[in-house]
Design a protein. Structure first.
Length: 117
């Protein structure tokens, strides 16, 4: 199982970025997929979850209305569209999947998002 994130970068406050997470070694269509972020000195925070069917998504209040998670099962890829970015969104963003049978969590290497004021 491997997850590879991309799409991070430097953006001004109010701007947008779209992150991608390509999975390999498993089919994302069988799993709920998640995006987390971790800012320096802070704990890792869940920012978006999408169900295996894509029928439901959940967000914390901190990003609700600004972030959208989506999936393209044919491409085995999950996306995170981030709009109206704020300085406090600066963090390393990670893609995550938890295997149902083993309970093992898999993480990508992360992609840095930096929002300047």
């Amino acid at each position: 199982v491997q997850l590879v994130e991309s799409g991070g970068g430097l953006v001004q406050s109010g701007g947008s970025l779209r992150l991608s997470c390509v999975g390999s070694g498993f089919r994302i269509s069988n799993y709920d997929m998640k995006w987390y972020r971790q800012a320096p000195g802070k704990e890792r925070e869940l920012v978006a979850t999408i169900s295996s069917t894509g029928g439901s998504a959940n967000y914390p209040d901190s990003v609700k209305g600004r972030f959208t998670i989506s999936r393209d099962n044919a491409k085995n890829t999950v996306y995170l569209q981030m709009n109206s970015l704020k300085v406090e969104d600066t963090a390393v963003y990670y893609c995550n999947v938890r295997m149902r049978l083993s309970g093992t969590n898999y993480w990508g290497q992360g992609t840095q998002v930096t929002v300047s004021s």
